[in-house]
Ligand binder design. Structure first.
Ligand code: GDP
Length: 530
């Protein structure tokens, strides 16, 4: 096996998807703790203090400054190299959250045992489904009164369309929570409620080991019944079905109490897929780029600016897809068709930003630049390959830009073009008037854009509400029908930064009526870059 193939095979690159407050931050911290990446739990918590930051830039900067170190966390575990990519979730929820999911090979879904499958999780699952990303599930907060586990599995199956294969099963819940039974190991892991104990946990081998009824009473009886039901329903784990994103292995636990996390991490690192081939357009066609290929390639899925007040540059996050990145290497920017020397790329070991020597498929590197890199850019050692599958996502929040000083229109346009290339916002220019409309999926994106317009382009702009509910990219193979559609709907049409046509719907009803009236027109909620 080549060195690249060997290194690629060890990588596990994933992100956590969850609804706010399900326990993503807590679980992240515990994964790092069990992975030996941090000595003491509490490191990741720093982010929480600034969670409620709104438009205060200092707070914003701080929040982002901290979050870049937690943007990518790499640690070795059981012979594997784990890359955990952070998905901004609270006020910092943004299109980056979606795009990060296009850069991973698998995802971990955290569900609150009391709340089940929540709205944000459903949205993020939709993004995972675009690439059939395999999902491992962690049902968190079993130490609190939750919903019956069978009901939770049923909800995952119905709402998310994923078969569930429980790997661990709770012995009681809430105050009666006594531990979990590991179905594959046929062993109980017992819960002491002592969150500081990371290593020694009492275990008992055998579902029907002597003394269990006496010790646990009713909750044990319930567990026996449930396990029997599961076995009758045939919910066994199947690696192929998991890798094909049809089935999710499910673990139960309590992240805050360090419980069930090690079992999760063990199962996850064993089953999660290594770096997968990625599709790319090449001159005259398309091909799948294999991670084992010797030549370096990768794509940019996120750009973060102004993170470090001392360096006013931007860091582009690049996912390595094939080959090796070596320090000081010349990379070929496919969009610019020019070489770019990357002097000091960043890696993200544990929670430190460090300059790296080498990076392999599945790894993320941070490239310093001054606006020469755009979201979706592909880099190679010369081959003109453009990775696909890093789309723009239809925004759900919209604002009209109002310029305070009309003489600054040119700077405004320049700033907005740059910011849209960096993925900070999407920009729409209506066909019927001279408005400029911004689109985002998270409200903080508008604060960032407003601040950066002033700070970097000297433009004072205010953003006003605008009666747009959602956006869809439109296209039609029949030129005559497209023209007819444009003529009838000019008031609701705009062009995005790349000149593509966008329908700005005033409501969900408006969108579906327009779709019905124009069956030959495609309305897409994602659009490939470029
Ligand atoms: P995030 O918003 O998904 O990142 O969630 P956090 O990790 O911040 O957790 C939200 C809240 O749930 C915090 O107050 C945590 O302390 C709490 N929490 C997290 N995990 C558990 C758990 O296993 N049990 C209980 N009882 N609370 C938890």
């Amino acid at each position: 096996m080549s060195a690249v193939a060997e290194q690629a095979a060890r990588r596990r690159t994933f992100a956590i998807i969850s609804h706010p407050d399900a326990g993503k931050t807590t679980l992240t911290e515990k994964l790092l703790l069990f992975g030996g990446a941090i000595q003491l739990a509490g490191t990741v918590k720093g982010r929480k203090a600034s969670r409620h930051a709104t438009s205060d830039w200092m707070a914003l900067e701080q929040q982002r400054g901290i979050s870049v170190t937690t943007s990518v966390m790499q640690f070795p575990y059981n012979g594997k190299i784990v890359n955990l990519l952070d998905t901004p979730g609270h006020e910092d929820f943004s299109e980056d959250t979606y795009r990060t999911l296009t850069a991973v090979d698998s995802a971990l879904m955290v569900i609150d045992a009391a709340k089940g499958v929540e709205a944000r999780t459903i949205k993020l699952m939709e993004v995972c489904r675009l690439r059939d990303t395999p999902i491992v599930t962690f049902v968190n907060k079993c130490d609190r009164e939750g919903r019956p586990p069978l009901e939770l599995l049923d909800e995952i199956e119905k709402v998310l369309g994923l078969h569930c294969a429980p790997i661990t099963w709770p012995l009681g819940m809430g105050r009666a929570f006594k531990g979990v039974y590991h179905l594959l190991e046929d062993r109980f892991y017992l819960y002491s409620g002592d969150k500081h104990r990371v290593s020694e946990i009492e275990t008992i081998a055998g579902l029907r080991a002597p003394g269990l009824t006496e010790r646990f009473g009713e909750v044990y009886k319930v567990l026996l019944d449930e396990i029997e039901l599961l076995q009758m329903a045939g919910t066994g784990f199947d690696l192929d079905a998991y890798r094909a994103a049809r089935l999710t292995p499910v673990f139960f636990g309590s992240a805050i109490n360090n419980f069930g996390v090690r079992e999760l991490l063990d199962g996850f690192t064993e089953w999660a897929p290594p770096p997968q081939p990625r599709n790319a357009l090449v001159p005259g066609g398309a091909r799948a780029v294999q991670p084992t290929e010797a030549a370096f390639s990768g794509f940019v899925f996120k750009i973060q600016a102004n993170m470090d007040p001392k360096h006013r540059d931007r860091v582009a996050f690049l996912r390595v897809c094939s080959g090796v990145y070596r320090k000081g290497m010349l990379l070929h920017s496919v969009r610019l068709n020019a070489p770019v020397r990357i002097a000091n790329a960043l890696t993200f070991m544990a929670s430190e930003r460090e300059t790296i020597e080498e990076a392999y498929p599945g790894d993320i590197i941070g490239l310093h630049n001054h606006g020469t890199i755009a979201i979706g850019d592909s880099f190679s050692e010369g081959e003109a390959l453009r990775f696909t599958g890093i789309p723009n996502f239809a925004p759900e929040l919209f604002r009209r830009v109002v310029l305070k000083d009309p003489l600054k229109a040119k700077q405004l346009n320049k700033g907005l073009d740059q910011l849209s290339e960096e993925g900070a916002t999407q920009v729409y220019r209506p066909l019927a008037n001279n408005d400029i409309i911004l689109g985002a999926v998270g409200v903080l994106q508008f604060d960032v854009v407003q601040y950066r317009l002033k700070d970097e382009y000297g433009v004072d702009a205010v953003f006003e509400p605008v009666p747009v509910h959602t956006a869809r990219w439109v296209s039609c193979d029949d030129a005559r029908k497209l023209k007819e559609f444009i003529d009838k709907n000019e008031q609701r049409l705009a062009r995005d930064h790349y000149g593509d046509l966008v329908y700005l719907a005033s409501s969900a009803v408006n969108l579906s009526m327009t779709q019905e009236r124009h069956p030959d027109v495609r309305f897409l909620d994602t659009k490939e870059h470029g």
